[in-house]
Design a protein around this ligand. Sequence first.
Ligand code: C2O
Length: 548
Amino acid sequence: NVTRYYEFTISRGRISADGVLRDVMLINNQFPGPVVEANWGDWIQVIVHNNISNPFEGTSVHWHGQVQKNSPWEDGVPGATQCPIAPGHTYTYKYQAELHGSSWYHAHYSAQFTAGVAGPLIVHGPSALPYDIDLGPVMLSDWYHIPYFSIVADAVGTNLSLIPPTSDSVLINGRGRFNCSDASYSSSDEWLSSNIKSNITWTCVDDAPLSSFRFQAGKTHRIRLMNHGANGVQRFSIDNHNLTVIATDYVPTVPYTTDVVTLGVGQRTDVLVTALGTRDAAIWMRTSAPGGEPCGGSSNPETLAAIYYQDADVTTLPTSSSSASYNSSDCSNDVLTLTTPEFAITPSSNSWTQDLSLTLELNSSGIFEFMVNGQAFHSDFNVPLLPQAAAGNLTFHPEWNVYNFEQNTSIILNLTNNMPLTHPFHLHGHNFYVLAVGEGNGPLGATSEGPNGGPGFTPGATWDGTVVNPTNPMRRDTIIIPPNGYAAIQFELDNPGVWPFHCHVAWHLSGGQAINILYKHEDIPALPYGDVAETCVDWEYYTNHTVV
Ligand code: C2O
């Protein structure tokens, strides 16, 4: 198998993705980042330079959905598998493309992925799928004009109303359009502390360029949808065209046809689209974050990208209107009975069940945190968990939220969402079976006084133990847990290591909504500890000798 070589330089930059100039972080000055592409079984090597300065920040890159079976130390999570890549330093990731399909990579340091450090990760599989043209990645994302650290600061603050921020735009492949006279422009501006406000250049240009794609009449096109946003659930459709779903995350599914695809942050869906228009047709693809909480807290901006057939006039914009039908207040994935994996696997029957209760609570210092079983996750960048566990040091601080399943063979996580918020939960290192997902039925919103004087929420609905498709349940690596709802997932403990399991909403993750799953520490593959240790030596030196 060959090795595919890439080199990333991560630095600060400024772009106007939607017409509004904004401070961002870029890989090789590109947004979204460069496509990383390989064939199934190839090795992927990426040299990552941290050139983030003024101010300096650490960084890391995570390869979302790749299972890192023989290389758990390459998972790219500061505090779990490595120390952050210190400013001015370099780390080289090398891992095998063990799963094929469509995914993305992103920084796993704070909420940097929402600042622009994200890009597509495409692994070509062996199968001859029934399509003619690969349109490549179509990346969907909400977009915020204010810097991520300011939103993160509010998410772990004292004001509940600031926790779900308003998205200013939605982007398709890094492009969207903001209406410069939009009221939300000034209202999002209001949230900023004055010192941040004075550092932002609020230039806005109307009619920013949109992304565009080509269709060939009569041909079938593969579109690789991914939600690399911060918060909003995306709803994707193409005017007057059906979408045939062939994979969810890295798992090929029995094909089914729909007119709208829903993706939570971190999720991917591969669809086939047969171009049934005339040779001169021009139509819109569109995506929007459903309006308001519980679907993502956005003000429901929609964005468009043009699709031009081969003889279409590319100098004029399409004029089609939406043909998709959906309930605008529903933000769930498609029902589990629709999404059956192509290759059947029956979950093992001797599993251990761990209940996990998700809450938003004031902590003892009066700050809101997203808690799992009453504890928010706080990492210690100087003490990554994987090398600790591999060395047999199994004493962990409670704030590290380590769940040690040691010698079990299979685990069920039974999650109850006691919040009127949507949580796309992602597990590193595995595809999991989705045994059941359910909506809550209580009223949305605070109902009573909760712990530490915070808001009390309607308790989430609970799973009754019924499994959908028990001999071949849906599998994927990220699942939307509905507001006040539940989800039950199961996975086999076949990849010894330390694996984060977290909500992929940037503000919820930064607010502590994460645990780390450890098992079979004695079977963790030997670490090429030189490399990981070096990130820690560099990071410790950096944090002790901050050069201003
Ligand atoms: Cu997309 Cu913890 O990752």
